[in-house]
Design a protein around this ligand. Structure first.
Ligand SMILES: [Fe+2]
Length: 434
């Protein structure tokens, strides 16, 4: 780590806190689900999944294992591909009525995020769904710490939700995603079985791969934790606390994995080494950004998913409009890091080297361009749409996109560079195509 990055600041934090679940990783580990759930004290299990997975082999493995352990299991699968408040309302009713003493989630980020939030809303109902979200969106009501034990089993290599205390939910009335974050939302254990990625379509691997890439890259280049204000009550310290020595460690390895294996993992479904590595990289990136937060890449992605129209993506059986999360992050990423590099050139330079960017003769002053060039190269190799124009946006959409993004207050504040509405407009304008 560059020591100057973590220099103490007046009134800045001088401590950081990290939290991760107990993690089991390896091919075949889904078969441990029953023993793990039993070990967490579960007797009656709420098993969250989605309709597509429900009748597939990974679900069968988990269900067989839970039943073999003697557990009573009820299944909830009414989850949309983009986790939304309506799925959580249904999931919360399922939890409230079910007399469960534990949760197992099997799926991508949407399933795990809905499982986390359903537990919260089912056990601790509120009058207004937004009450638990931070102002200005919600009332900032404290999230109770008493939830159920949760065993999270990811089936894609991107979100890292199995290792974070974050639930990202689309609020349908506002047509935008917002982040619910609290240490109480973290799963107690994660079972990460890379065999689940064997049948993923190339574009799903590309999208989730860019999600993991941007988690790691935003986390590595985020504002340092020492530049966030100190908190009076350590129990109230959020894990979205800025870059810190722990998040650096995991993000660096995740970036190295993406640099080496993303192209291979997307373009060759038989390259098991690459797909296993990407699964590990996704979890590492989750452990990293879950303890630091992301910044502009993710903030700008929410403007894209808010305003997308008449667009679909290969490999996803979803009607229009739909831009998968990782693609919505990727399309602005080169422009984002060109912009943020000026505030932390050495961090961006290091990140570019981990991603195997061409740095011959380059200095940290060139890091924004080098990083953007490498990201564009990876986008082309993996078939990711070429900038905002590739997902249906033009220059005339920029003011509305920027206005939407400006609501992502915490993520924008985690940028290494002070960022206002005009800056966001400029970043979008430079992201139309590459
Ligand atoms: Fe993400």
């Amino acid at each position: 780590m560059g020591c100057q990055y973590f220099d103490p600041c007046d009134h800045g934090a001088d401590t950081f806190t990290i939290a991760i679940p107990k993690v089991t990783f390896g091919r075949g580990c889904l078969a441990e689900a029953g023993a793990r759930a039993l070990g967490l004290g579960m007797n009656r299990v709420a098993l969250f999944t989605d309709a597509a997975l429900h009748h597939g082999p990974y679900f069968a493995t988990v269900m067989d294992s839970l039943r073999a352990a003697g557990l009573d299991v009820a299944v909830f699968d009414e989850i949309t591909i983009e986790a939304d408040d309506a799925s959580v309302v249904r999931g919360a009713a399922f939890i409230a009525d079910g007399n469960f003493d534990g949760i197992v989630s099997l799926g991508g980020g949407s399933v795990m995020d809905v499982a986390k939030a359903s537990m919260l809303y089912g056990l601790h109902p509120v009058e207004d769904f937004l009450d638990y979200f931070v102002p200005p969106l919600g009332a900032g009501k404290p999230i109770p710490e008493v939830l159920l034990p949760h065993l999270a089993c990811p089936t894609t290599s991107g979100t890292g939700s199995e290792c974070t205390s974050i639930s990202v939910l689309r609020i349908n009335e506002l047509k935008t995603k917002f982040v619910l974050a609290n240490p109480a939302l973290m799963a107690q254990q994660a079972l990460i079985d890379p065999a689940c990625c064997a049948s993923l379509a190339p574009m799903v691997v590309a999208s989730t791969g860019f999600d993991l890439l941007c988690h790691a890259l935003e986390c590595y280049t985020a504002k340092a934790y020492t530049r966030w204000a100190r908190v009076d009550d350590p129990n109230k310290r959020t894990l979205i606390q800025g870059a810190n020595p722990w998040s650096d460690l995991a993000a660096r390895k995740a970036l190295e994995i993406v640099g080496e294996y993303l192209d291979r993992g997307v373009n060759d479904a038989d390259d098991l080494q690459a797909r296993d590595q990407l699964m590990w990289g996704a979890s590492l990136a989750g452990m990293a950004f879950g303890n630091s937060g992301t910044h502009l890449g993710h903030a700008l992605s929410y403007g894209v998913t808010h305003l997308m129209q008449d667009i679909t993506t290969d490999g996803y059986a979803v009607g229009s409009p739909f831009v998968p999360h990782g693609i919505s992050v990727a399309v602005s990423a080169p422009s984002v890091f060109r912009y943020t590099a000026a505030a932390a050139p050495e961090r961006h330079f290091e990140a570019a080297s981990y991603l195997q960017a061409d740095l011959k003769g380059a200095t940290p002053d060139d890091s924004g361009e080098a990083l953007a060039t490498r990201l564009i190269e990876l986008m082309r190799k993996t078939g990711v749409p070429n900038g905002l124009s590739g997902v249906g946006f033009g220059l005339s959409d920029v003011p509305a996109l920027a206005q939407s993004t400006s609501r992502q207050v915490r993520a924008i504040a985690n940028s290494p560079r002070e960022t206002n509405l005009v800056d966001i407009e400029n970043i979008y304008s430079s992201a139309i195509s590459y």
